[in-house]
Design a protein around this ligand. Structure first.
Ligand code: HEC
Ligand code: HEC
Ligand code: HEC
Length: 128
């Protein structure tokens, strides 16, 4: 029992140390970030930019669970105090209308390829 806990703590420390350069680089000036196309008609995101950079994936997961399991469609922003519909296509993509020059461009530099578009619509694109 005792040793198992020690091993788990050791593992956790190891994982954090190994991935620290990655986390530390996201959102920092040192990171070679691509030039992204920002929304033209909005100045603010649903939350602060720093938060969005690091947390948008978990935010989307939470939105999905809350909508699909809880039927809860309203997101109350802590940053802007606005209410948004919890929706990938209807909310995120409404402002970030150029998926290629925003989501895809950033994801390409970090080699992530979310599978969401197999089902979800990119309203302005042709879904690919
Ligand atoms: C009301 C319009 C609007 C909505 C809705 C919106 N965004 Fe944003 N988002 C913006 C704007 C404007 C910026 C740039 C803000 C800035 O640079 O100060 C931004 C910035 C971001 C960034 C940071 C980009 C960078 O420069 O690093 C990410 C990531 C992001 N949004 C993802 C999302 C996701 C995911 C959703 C849906 C959960 C979403 N946004 C919904 C307007 C919006
Ligand atoms: C500033 C860079 C940046 C922008 C802009 C951005 N993302 Fe991401 N996104 C990331 C990073 C980095 C990850 C990987 C995080 C990880 O590996 O845990 C990620 C992961 C994701 C994931 C999870 C993928 C997976 O397989 O786990 C989703 C979903 C996602 N992004 C959606 C979006 C959407 C939708 C937009 C556009 C509205 C967007 N992102 C814009 C940087 C960005
Ligand atoms: C196999 C098909 C499929 C895939 C792949 C998929 N989804 Fe969904 N998603 C659905 C369905 C079906 C719903 C329910 C639609 C509803 O109730 O309005 C949903 C609902 C959602 C919602 C809430 C409703 C809305 O309008 O957005 C979010 C947020 C969401 N998914 C995010 C994601 C993200 C992020 C990914 C990728 C990491 C993803 N989904 C991948 C099928 C899928």
């Amino acid at each position: 029992m005792y040793d198992k806990n020690k091993i788990l703590i050791g593992l956790a420390v190891f994982v954090v140390l190994m991935t620290y350069p990655f986390w530390n680089n996201i959102g920092s000036a040192a990171y070679q970030r691509p030039v992204l196309e920002k929304p033209k008609f909005a100045k603010e995101c649903v939350e602060g930019v720093e938060f969005m950079r690091t947390e948008h994936m978990s935010m989307l997961n939470e939105w999905r669970d809350e909508v699909v399991r809880g039927g809860d469609h309203e997101y109350h922003s802590t940053a802007t105090h606005q209410v948004f519909q919890k929706s990938l296509s209807k909310t995120c993509m409404k402002c970030h209308e150029n998926k290629e020059q925003f989501c895809d461009k950033c994801h390409a530099t970090v080699s992530v390829n979310p599978y969401c578009w197999d089902c979800h619509i990119d309203p302005k694109g042709e879904n690919k």
